[in-house]
Design a protein around this ligand. Structure first.
Ligand code: MTE
Ligand code: MO
Length: 391
């Protein structure tokens, strides 16, 4: 008898997807929107939102018999139904979910990396709604700001039901530190809505975790279990993937245990109104794109260069179409991206470069070589596009 939520072993029951998505891998389904679609709206429409999967999409047979098991190093294990979660205070959090593999294709051009290739659109900005994880854990007797439980629990592990080849057919899982999970200000959600609609199957229906400011890999979809554990999750995607190694480490000398699983993402930006190479009629060219930073660090400024990075000028930013960015209001873009815009007068062949600075004054690195890593994660080097003029 299959459970209420189950992970199929093949791809015969996948949901339908928007035809304009750029498919990077079919099975499992991995796709991103086009650049122009991505920055056409501040809130990314669900059907155009990045789809990043490691196995077939789970199926919910019966919502009434679905529950999340909360267990591990706690006194009061519980089974929580969707209604139990919905009875908790509901929060709306606008947060950008970015895959650590965003811009991997570009990194691979410098030196080959392993992994699904992504252009610059492996991210999306959504308004997620659900209960705060800190409230869910309070429901089972765990106070806010718990770093360690009396029985030694220090991490919160989320487990799904999808069958992932990397886990030898086991489910996708990840963990975050208990102190992060029980901090109400971290806004970690057990979400049931995305952009005001019930979560779609592709994005984790009926419940997913959303960890704002952290690489997408920790926002586990199709939630089956929440376990309080003493060591961080030992799953493949925590221990053998999504770790940032230095450029000197390659597949012949890698020691996975020497690095921590990646959590926050660094400051990032990309131009989306242009492709990497463009044929352009001379004149004014509008340049738009996105900028974001992890860990709740908002974007301080976005800068453009048309002389290869010797001099820079600021691009204007907007949180919403037509709504100006309020200088100094870092809360408004705490978890969400900013979209930026500028106009460049193009006379001849040229290159346009963008880089962003976050509220901690972190800046994107100039070259991809300095941050190259064998799995091709966290490519945040200055983004460059080339314009070739047609005279
Ligand atoms: N959760 C499960 N159960 N299975 C997965 O394959 N992929 C992770 C994360 N959560 C994944 C998952 C990764 S790597 C990313 S980037 C995000 O989900 C993508 O979320 P999205 O498909 O809703 O955009
Ligand atoms: Mo990801």
């Amino acid at each position: 008898m299959p459970g209420a939520l189950r992970g199929p072993s093949d791809y015969s029951q996948e949901p339908t997807r928007h035809p304009s998505l750029r498919i990077n891998a079919k099975e499992p389904f991995n796709a991103e929107p086009t650049r122009r679609d991505l920055v056409a709206s501040y809130i990314t429409p669900v059907d155009l939102f990045l789809k990043r999967n490691h196995g077939p999409i789970p199926i919910l047979d019966d919502i009434d018999s679905y529950y999340v098991t909360v267990d591990g190093l706690i006194d009061r294990p519980a089974k929580l139904t969707l209604d139990d979660i919905k009875k908790l205070p509901k929060y709306n959090v606008t947060a950008t979910l970015q895959c650590a593999g965003n811009r991997r294709t570009e990194m691979s051009k410098s030196r080959k990396v392993r992994g699904v290739g992504w252009d610059v659109c492996a991210l999306g900005n959504a308004t997620w709604a659900g209960a705060k994880l800190s409230d869910v854990l309070q429901l089972i007797g765990m106070p806010y700001h718990t770093e360690i439980t009396p029985s030694g629990g220090k991490h919160v592990e989320f487990t799904s039901v999808d069958q992932c080849p990397e886990e030898n057919g086991g489910p996708y899982k990840a963990s975050i530190p208990l102190g992060h999970a029980t901090n109400p200000a971290a806004d970690v959600l057990v979400a049931y809505e995305m952009n005001g609609e019930v979560l779609k199957r592709d994005h984790g229906y009926p419940l997913r975790v959303v960890v704002p400011g952290v690489i997408g890999a920790r926002s586990v979809k199709w939630l089956d279990r929440i376990d309080i554990i003493s060591e961080e999750c030992q799953g493949f995607f925590m221990q053998k993937d999504y770790k940032m190694f230095p450029p000197s480490v390659d597949w012949d000398n890698i020691m996975w245990s020497t690095r921590k699983p990646q959590m926050d993402y660094p400051v990032q930006s990309a131009i989306c109104s242009l492709e990497d190479t463009n044929a352009i009629i001379p004149g004014e060219v509008t340049v738009t794109g996105y900028a974001l930073s992890g860990g709740g660090r908002g974007i301080e400024r976005v800068e453009i260069s048309i002389d290869g990075g010797k001099s820079w000028f600021g691009a204007s930013r907007y949180q919403k179409e037509g709504v100006p960015y309020i200088a100094g209001d870092i809360r408004s873009d705490k978890w969400a991206w900013v979209l930026f815009k500028t106009v460049v007068d193009v006379k001849d062949d040229m290159e346009i470069v963008v880089k962003a600075v976050d509220s901690s004054a972190n800046v994107q690195p100039e070259s991809v070589e300095t941050i190259w890593n064998l799995r091709g994660i966290l490519n945040t080097c200055w983004h460059r596009v080339r314009l070739l003029t047609i005279h």
